[in-house]
Design a binder for this molecule. Structure first.
Ligand code: GDP
Length: 385
């Protein structure tokens, strides 16, 4: 499984990532420096688990907005002394919109103020019913700081992976996703790739977006030289002629000359990508029967107006037509909301709320429709089919 850790700021995402990474280096020689690439793999009970080292749902959703399906499991970190906070709810909605199963890490249980039961109750209020509460969401109490409970988390990630039956064929031309890329003064282009299918090998001719090249060398997450990488392995690739964008797909070509054609095809596709998600466009698709639901992200001025807006919208649901509320919260429309809208093909509704300046720019770039209303009936008028 490939795992992303999400949660509210200061709830312990980085500490947990570090704690898991350390469990790996323990048995290595002291002094061996872990090279930092955008992801790392640990072995637990004879199985490998890959962790993406970019905590935060902005990165998660930015990847998804590019069409990259990179995460198999989300670990949602909730600090037991703080409980569920606005970014926790955002993270839950981002994971749900991506259709990725969630394992909850109830963190900081070493603290005197820790209250795991409260966290479980709050989770249930957000449609995440943990096992003690009769649901099927795994919740593991742990302390990222002292490591207690962390092996139990890893064990349960593997259980979930087993149930979900993640598979990939190593015997084909490899494809992967670019996790990050940079230029190094002496080594040139360094591209971190997560292999998704097939086996990536030194000497392969590859294309990622409009960047191409022959793989000169590959380094693992500890900086060790590798000849090949199988699915879910993160590797650093040397030899490309530039830096592709994060989230871009990397593909192996059967021969060198097809690189140019592949890049041309990619550029054609980019140009023809309409990407526009507007209420009118969706109305047309609804009326022509192409789609049956309307995805919405709702932002309101105050918490109190959230509930009536949601209820009024849900009342529009019929057998043929569904209003899907992907995320609803009070506050301004943020860049994170725009990325979620891109990834989920959603329209954003701002109720008595203007967007943040950065969000307006991003919305224009990504062709996202943001609608503003100050009275409910005007909103219902527009959304009703
Ligand atoms: P992030 O913002 O979610 O990445 O949170 P950090 O990992 O940076 O942690 C925020 C703070 O909480 C830091 O001061 C950590 O040392 C502390 N912290 C994280 N995990 C634990 C834990 O299990 N127990 C305690 N007591 N503190 C923790």
């Amino acid at each position: 499984p490939v795992v992303t850790i999400l949660g509210h700021v200061d709830h312990g995402k980085t500490t947990l990532l570090d704690s898991i990474r350390k469990s790996k280096v323990v048995d290595k020689e002291a002094g061996s420096i872990t090279q930092h690439i955008g992801a790392y793999q640990v072995e637990f009970n004879g199985n490998a688990i890959t962790f993406l080292d970019t905590p935060g749902h902005e990165a998660f959703t930015a990847m998804r907005a590019r069409g990259a399906r990179i995460t198999d499991i989300v670990v949602l970190v909730v600090a037991a002394d703080d409980g569920i906070m606005p970014q926790t709810i955002e993270a839950i909605n981002h994971a749900k919109a991506a259709g990725v199963p969630i394992v909850v890490a109830i963190n900081k249980v070493d603290r005197a103020e820790a209250d795991s039961e409260r966290v479980k109750r709050q989770l249930s209020e957000n449609d995440l019913l943990v096992e003690d509460w009769g649901g099927d969401v795994i919740a593991i109490p742990l302390s990222a700081l002292n490591g207690e409970g962390v092996p139990n988390l890893l064990e349960n990630i593997l259980v979930l992976a087993e149930i979900s039956d993640f598979k990939a064929n190593p015997d084909r031309l490899a494809t992967g996703i670019v996790v990050e890329a940079k230029i190094d003064k002496s080594k040139g282009s360094l591209v971190t790739v997560l292999v998704q299918a097939g086996t990536l090998r030194v000497g392969d001719n590859v294309v990622a977006g409009n960047i191409s090249g022959r793989i000169r060398a590959m380094l693992g997450d500890d900086g060790e030289r590798l000849k090949e990488a199988v699915p879910s392995m993160p590797v650093e690739v040397l030899g490309l002629n530039g830096i592709p964008d994060a989230g871009e797909q990397l593909v192996v070509l059967s021969d060198e000359k097809s690189a140019k054609e592949t890049i041309q095809a990619w550029e054609r596709e980019k140009r023809s990508e309409k990407g526009t998600i507007s209420l009118e466009g969706i109305r047309y698709s609804l009326e022509s029967g192409e789609v049956k639901s309307l995805n919405l992200i709702i932002k309101t001025d105050v918490q109190g107006s959230l509930e009536p807006v949601i209820t009024a919208l849900q009342n529009l649901n019929t057998d043929e037509y569904r209003v899907n509320i992907i995320h609803a919260a009070s506050g301004s429309v943020t860049e994170s909301d725009i990325l979620l809208a891109v990834a989920s093909k959603a329209i954003i509704i701002g109720f008595n709320r203007r967007p943040e300046p950065g969000a307006s720019i991003l919305a224009a770039q990504r062709f996202i429709d943001i609608r503003f209303y100050d009275v409910i009936y005007a909103l219902l008028d527009d959304v009703e089919i």
